[in-house]
Design a binder for this molecule. Structure first.
Ligand SMILES: Nc1ncnc2c1ncn2[C@@H]1O[C@H](COP(=O)(O)OP(=O)(O)OP(=O)(O)O)[C@@H](O)[C@H]1O
Length: 475
């Protein structure tokens, strides 16, 4: 439809249309985990029609490097296809979101000035050991601090533990294992710890690394027979922050290397902080001895944000973008988007892009229009039947048990959870839900909804399970 043959026609194209199309194409091409990790956090920063240049923003340096390396060609292809002309795609660090006043230009300068060092081993082979000095290569994003982290019930424990570790690295909780669903602030918190320590001790040797990057470093070290350097570097850190360790699943050589690094660091009283999408014992494809190490310090969950916190996050981030959002608009968005902070940020970006492109004020109508696709996807996907199926899968029971009269606890409880989720996530009334659960009375549904809501408020494990099920519903 937009196969344009001349540059003038480019003007008639809305780059947001390209962006939505590209994102949805990639969501089909990649696994849900890859999509969430790499593509969802990206933003369309600008489109320069005269230069045929599309600029895409990544939220941190690691993601920026990885996207450039892995997805640049694909974006170029999609853009050229969409616009019908060769389009150049460039990638920048998008430091605007979430942390306005902190050194955006400086950070961009560092980015431009810094040679491309996609991995430690690459750096080790091309530069002398001095190149691993902490300030340049900690890979910390200076914007992710405790100050820019909005606190609420869902993350207060995780935040308190992180502050404690930031003040006493290596001595209080070691390792610290932070787990929770995607986009809930794990990466943010561990950067905050690193940034705090860096401020207190500018010479501390700190390194943030995404697990996927660590895996490719191991591969490279293996290929280049550079394990000595690799070990010397990792074993001598003061603080190692390793993100999304579930990516180690099934990678036994990486796990072995990490095991040695872990042991060396702990015996040096260096702090290790790990994040994952699930708690240690639930991790698949990870060696038992690593799992028991992960669980030997402090394991703390980060929960999905509650409504008020989602509102606070939206309002804070909107102000930092220079386009304040009223409380009623923030409530409207927060009520519809419940799963995680990254999703909220994505929604906010869409609203702000819409407002800028169309020169409108931020109103509920504008938010509804800007989020049209997002909202319809949510509404389409979440039906009581989907909930029953996802809950049954999660607890390994039969879908038929959702409507059966059986009452053993291993069936009754998932059924109550499914009823609770049906009330939370759909527009159905209590009698309608009762009907869909094998003709149960509405008071039975009400009882289940109240019971699970109450338990969820103080049972972190249950809250986590519900969140995981919600994620599968939206995947
Ligand atoms: N409480 C919060 N206050 C402010 N910003 C937040 C908060 N929680 C998350 N964010 C922001 O939401 C985005 C997603 O958070 P983050 O990358 O830390 O998620 P994550 O839990 O590491 O997810 P993943 O498992 O996908 O890596 C980031 O831009 C982060 O700054």
């Amino acid at each position: 439809m937009s196969n344009l043959q001349n540059p003038a026609a480019l003007n008639s194209i809305n780059p947001l249309g390209f962006w939505d199309g590209a994102v949805s194409t990639l969501s089909r091409e990649l696994s849900p985990q890859q999509f969430k990790t790499w593509i969802q956090p990206l933003t369309l920063v600008s489109f320069d029609e005269s230069e045929h240049l599309l600029t895409i923003g990544a939220p941190n340096r690691f993601k920026l490097d990885w996207i450039k390396k892995t997805f640049a060609d694909r974006f170029q292809e999609l853009a050229s296809q969409y616009f019908g002309l060769p389009i150049n795609v460039s990638f920048v660090l998008d430091l605007d979101m979430g942390a306005p006043s902190v050194a955006t230009p400086a950070a961009l300068e560092i980015l431009v000035a810094e040679p491309q060092q996609n991995s430690v081993v690459e750096a080790a082979t091309s530069l002398d050991e001095g190149a691993f000095e902490i300030e340049d290569h900690s890979k910390l994003n200076p914007n992710l601090t405790f100050e820019t982290f909005v606190t609420g019930k869902a993350n207060q424990l995780a935040r308190a533990a992180s502050i404690q570790v930031a003040h006493n690295p290596g001595s209080s909780y070691n390792p610290m294992f932070l787990y929770g669903g995607v986009g809930l602030g794990k990466t943010h918190l561990i950067h905050a710890i690193g940034n705090h320590l860096l401020k207190e001790k500018p010479n501390a040797r700190i390194r943030y690394i995404h697990a996927e990057q660590y895996v490719s470093d191991v591969v490279r070290a293996y290929q280049q027979k550079a394990f000595d350097r690799f070990k010397r570097y990792y074993h001598s850190l003061d603080l190692l922050l390793i993100d999304d360790i579930q990516f180690f699943s099934g990678k036994s050589r990486t796990q072995e290397e990490f095991f040695y690094a872990f042991e060396a660091l702990l015996s040096n009283k260096a702090q290790v902080i790990i994040t994952s999408d699930t708690y240690p014992k639930e991790m698949a494809g990870i060696d038992d001895r690593l799992i028991s190490r992960f669980d030997s310090g402090l394991t703390v969950a980060i929960e999905p944000p509650e409504l008020e916190m989602r509102v606070a996050i939206l309002m804070k981030k909107a102000i930092s973008e220079g386009i304040p959002m009223s409380e009623d608009v923030a409530f409207f968005v927060a009520k519809h988007l419940r799963s995680n902070v990254r999703e909220l940020e994505g929604a906010l970006r869409k609203i702000l892009a819409f407002v800028r492109f169309h020169g409108r004020e931020v109103t509920i109508e504008v938010a509804r229009a800007a989020l049209k696709d997002l909202l319809s996807i949510q509404n389409r996907q979440i039906s009581v039947e989907n909930i029953q199926k996802s809950v049954a899968d999660f607890y390994s029971i039969k879908v038929a048990d959702m409507y059966s009269k059986k009452r053993p606890a291993n069936i009754a409880r998932p059924r109550q959870i499914a009823m609770f989720m049906a009330k939370e996530l759909t527009q159905k009334s209590l009698p309608e839900i009762g009907e869909l659960f094998g003709g149960r009375d509405h008071t039975t549904v009400l009882h289940a909804v109240r019971k699970i809501a109450e338990e969820r408020a103080h049972d972190g494990q249950l809250n986590h399970e519900i969140h995981v099920i919600e994620q599968t519903l939206k995947a």
